[in-house]
Design a binder for this molecule. Structure first.
Ligand code: CA
Length: 234
């Protein structure tokens, strides 16, 4: 089940971090890593990862701060905290703030992998798994990259439009910011980039979905937040 799953490790102790990354890669996961809180937070917020392994004692930005920020932006992203032996308060607070699980240092690779697998099994559907979405009067088919309507009409979707729509559908429970879309659909850092690209693609998608651009019902504009998918069930 590790195929195509990306795991971010935020840990400042080099030996521990390297041990985790090696084990993850050996198990077939894609591994991202950060050795300080600041970089870790940026990756956790903007990179497309499926799970975060988070050390609580970090230079730059505390693990607890990172956990809070991640929870605000990605409410369902699984996070496992790495805590020191004896630090029960940290563990309790971490779980309270929204960590999915914890491991206590020193931990074995086998134990960590078992936790990772268990947490991934419980986590909601990943964006890549979304195959189609119902839209008013039809269905968006991500495999065939098209929207089919009950009246027989079909609109082809470009690769980018498909990824954009799929991402919004996968995160339908919330508004997705233009920066997050640039990071996860365009795979570029949003810093200093115009978000107009996103707006133009959304406008084209609305046309293809027969959404009303003056009063959208499928791809909603959430003022000050971004875009949100409001079509039918997957
Ligand atoms: Ca540490």
């Amino acid at each position: 089940m590790s195929q195509g799953i990306t795991i971010l490790t935020i840990e400042d102790e080099r030996a521990i971090r390297q041990g985790i990354v090696d084990a993850l890669q050996f198990a077939g996961y894609r591994a991202l890593q950060a050795d300080n809180g600041k970089d870790g937070l940026e990756l956790a917020l903007n990179a497309s990862c499926d799970l975060v392994l988070l050390d609580l004692m970090l230079p730059g930005c505390s693990g607890m701060e990172i956990l809070k920020r991640v929870r605000e932006v990605h409410p369902t992203l699984p996070v496992i905290i790495l805590t020191a032996r004896g630090a029960e308060d940290d563990r309790v607070q971490g779980l309270r703030v929204g960590a999915d699980d914890y491991v206590v240092k020193p931990f074995s690779v086998k134990e960590l992998m078992a936790r990772v697998e268990a947490v991934l099994r419980r986590s909601p559907q990943r964006p890549d798994d979304v195959g189609h979405a119902d839209v008013p009067g039809g269905v968006a088919d991500f495999e065939r990259r098209e929207v089919r309507f009950a009246d027989g009409h079909r609109n082809e979707l470009s690769e980018r439009e498909t990824q954009l729509l799929r991402y919004l559908v996968a995160h339908r429970q919330r508004a997705v910011s233009r920066d997050e879309l640039l990071s996860n659909v365009w795979l570029i850092s949003p810093r200093g980039l115009s978000t107009r690209t996103v707006d133009m693609h959304v406008a084209r998608l609305r046309e293809k979905l027969r959404d009303d651009s003056a009063n959208p019902q499928v791809l909603l504009t959430v003022r000050g937040k971004g875009y949100m998918f409001a079509g039918g069930e997957c």
